[in-house]
Design a protein around this ligand. Structure first.
Ligand SMILES: NC(=O)C1=CN([C@@H]2O[C@H](COP(=O)(O)OP(=O)(O)OC[C@H]3O[C@@H](n4cnc5c(N)ncnc54)[C@H](O)[C@@H]3O)[C@@H](O)[C@H]2O)C=CC1
Ligand SMILES: O=C([O-])C1=[NH+]CCC1
Length: 338
């Protein structure tokens, strides 16, 4: 029987490299969307509501034959948490051949990083090549993760932040201006180091914390929405035609971030169609048509409508966590063996 390895958050942070994970996630999303031919089994997340305190516990198992991945993530999300992060997670990584547990690892860092990276994969396929204005709604963990991930794709001329509590939005904007968010990422990533230099040396860029969502998204090419909003905060009338939107919040069937007009008039892509049809309030309540999973664009079975307004709606997928967990486990094992 193999011994169980525990991999803590600091070790996960040290071992992960965003460039590697971007490529692995891109390929994995493409494979997932091959449907029954994918060899990936991923039931829709089963979420228990902890009603008394407005918290949720989600279980996210998956198996991928070709990757040799058998993992389960347990993720709690408590929007009201202040003392501890709103999202906490752990991933169990199994030997898929005999079902033994190989490793238990922190899943918070993986959740934070992979969500931004998956949005970056979608942005690569769905946004215009020459995106200059980035708007981010929210100033929490995912807002930061998305800023870092989007910065690996474009050198933005303007970054605009809106947050419900302006003080926190200002703090986030200061972190962007200082370059600290990019500088602390991935000691092992050459790409992000280059981006840091580019961004901090860019004299022509502006970073603004806006008073209103309308002001933040005006003429924006790429908009990332990463909040715990339960009512629509982003309206179609403020969004320029042809913009690309990554919407990662509103992960409960009755929560909203985007208004009906925006959902029904844009070309909507998802991470997982099955997951969004059961969990995404923006999809369910607007009754919008889902055009494709982003994996179908990656595997070339569906088109990218880059000239139209596009939405990438994600709720999070177990296979993303499985891919990251296996990558971390293998790096951890090889590092310890040498
Ligand atoms: N699609 C995916 O794969 C994933 C989605 N998420 C979701 O992304 C969203 C953001 O997560 P984190 O950044 O980690 O959380 P966080 O707690 O770090 O930040 C939450 C942000 O939402 C804002 N906010 C809270 N209530 C709001 C409201 N009623 N209206 C407008 N803004 C509000 C806060 O000011 C803060 O900026 C959450 O809905 C979370 O569940 C998180 C992980 C993965
Ligand atoms: O994919 C994920 O881990 C989550 N999605 C929404 C909350 C956590």
């Amino acid at each position: 029987m193999s011994t169980l390895t525990w991999i803590d958050a600091d070790t996960v942070k040290k071992l992960l490299n965003r460039d590697d994970l971007f490529k692995l996630l891109e390929a994995g999303m493409g494979q997932y969307s091959l449907g029954i031919d994918s060899g990936i089994v991923q039931p829709v997340r089963c979420t228990v509501a902890v009603q008394d305190v407005e918290g949720y516990l989600g279980t996210m198992p998956c198996y991928s034959r070709s990757h040799g991945i058998l993992t389960t993530k347990l993720v709690s999300f408590y929007p009201g948490n202040v003392r501890v992060p709103t999202h906490l997670a752990w991933i169990m990584h199994f030997n898929h051949l005999d079902g033994t547990l190989l490793a238990l690892m922190d899943g918070e860092v993986i959740t934070n990083v992979r969500t931004g990276l998956v949005s970056a994969v979608a942005t690569k396929y769905l946004a215009g090549k020459d995106s200059k204005i980035l708007a981010i709604l929210g100033a929490g963990t995912q807002a930061r993760s998305h800023y870092v991930a989007m910065s690996s794709l474009y050198q933005f001329k303007q970054v605009r932040i809106w947050n419900r509590t302006k003080q926190n939005g200002e703090k986030f904007a200061d972190e962007i201006r200082s370059g600290s968010l990019l500088a602390v990422q991935d000691a092992t990533s050459t790409t992000t180091t280059t981006t840091t230099t580019m961004t901090t040396n860019n004299n022509n860029w502006t970073v603004t914390c806006c008073d209103t969502v309308e002001e933040a998204v005006k003429d924006a090419d790429v908009i990332c929405v990463a909040t715990f909003a339960t009512e629509p905060i982003l309206k179609k009338k403020w969004v320029k035609n042809g913009a690309h939107i990554n919407a990662v919040g509103a992960v409960r069937p009755n929560w909203r971030e985007l208004d009906d007009d925006l959902m029904t008039s844009s070309v909507v892509y998802t991470d997982t169609r099955d997951g969004c049809l059961l969990e995404s309030g923006d999809v369910i309540l607007s009754k919008c048509k889902i055009y494709a999973e982003i994996g179908e664009v990656i595997n070339k079975s569906k088109q990218s409508y880059q000239d139209e307004t596009t939405i990438f709606k994600s709720v999070g997928m177990a296979i993303e966590d499985g891919i990251c967990a296996k990558y971390i486990y293998e790096k951890h094992t090889s590092t310890n063996c040498t």
